[in-house]
Write a protein of this length. Structure first.
Length: 277
């Protein structure tokens, strides 16, 4: 999700990007579900999904709240909202609705039981203020739960140098764009600053797979392809150079490796309660 006052958005747009996001959602589904359950998301609740994109978190929440509950997914990207709505209709889901909106200024006519999001706060210029605004749309005693990355990798020192360099390049591109790639590590303190009551025991997880699993190369090749235009625009690498590093160097490195490789940075799931009146 991105609004005009936020930083530049480092990824691409369009059908290829929405497909990448749908694939990526499967990687983070287990952690996201554990976070939502730990936060107390359950049957009959009415939930706001911030920066819903193609709808994957909304669909996960919809299954948890059941037919007596509801999910409102919002995103500033109207095309992504269109994809989410097409998926909803194809699945025959009736307890989820999608709309183009900035959740920070959303007028819903009601207070939600919870607000959730994944890979959202890292792209907002003032995440603390965003949390305050989200909390205004949640009932007293309700929940805010977010899953965000921390800029820590699971690559052992000296191993997989090509992948390590690529992840460092992606982090630099995020920083140049104005995003905060370490937002996950800031969630607890920012929730405190926003006047919320965060749980002191968040969830944290690396997602790993074997180096020779095709999912490993596909994950980072698609990631690089989506970020390529901005990496070039920021002067961080030339297009041909990056393509060679991915299509030749990374592929060769993973084929030769025998251990595990990360499919993510460290991911942190943090939730908080809105103070009761």
């Amino acid at each position: 999700m991105r609004a005009l006052e936020d930083g530049d958005y480092a990824f691409g747009r369009g059908s290829a990007e929405y497909g990448r996001l749908i694939e990526q959602a499967e990687i983070f589904r287990p952690l996201t579900e554990r976070m939502l359950r730990s936060a107390g998301i359950g049957a009959g609740m009415h939930v706001l999904d911030v920066g819903c994109g193609a709808g994957d978190v909304s669909f996960l929440v919809g299954a948890l709240v059941g037919p007596e509950g509801s999910v409102t997914g919002v995103d500033v990207d109207g095309d992504a909202v269109g994809v989410a709505e097409q998926r909803r209709a194809a699945l025959g889901v009736t307890n989820i609705s999608f709309r183009r909106a900035d959740a920070r200024s959303l007028e819903s006519g009601r207070l939600f039981d919870a607000t959730v999001g994944r890979f959202v706060l890292m792209f907002m210029r003032d995440a603390t203020q965003a949390l305050r605004l989200f909390a205004e749309r949640v009932r007293p005693g309700g929940i805010l739960a977010f899953c965000e990355p921390a800029s820590v990798t699971a690559i052992p020192a000296g191993q997989q140098p090509v992948l390590a360099a690529l992840l460092a390049l992606f982090t630099s591109a995020f920083e140049r764009s104005g995003a905060r790639p370490d937002m996950g590590a800031e969630l607890y303190s920012r929730m405190c600053e926003a006047g919320l009551q965060p749980d002191p025991r968040p969830l944290a997880e690396f997602v790993l797979c074997t180096a020779r699993d095709p999912a490993a190369y596909r994950r980072w090749a698609l990631f690089a392809d989506s970020m390529l235009p901005k990496i070039v625009e920021y002067g961080l690498a030339a297009a041909d150079e990056l393509r060679h590093r991915v299509e030749r160097d990374l592929r060769d490195e993973l084929l030769a490796a025998t251990g595990l490789v990360p499919l993510s940075w460290l991911m942190i799931g943090q939730w908080a309660q809105v103070p009761a009146l």
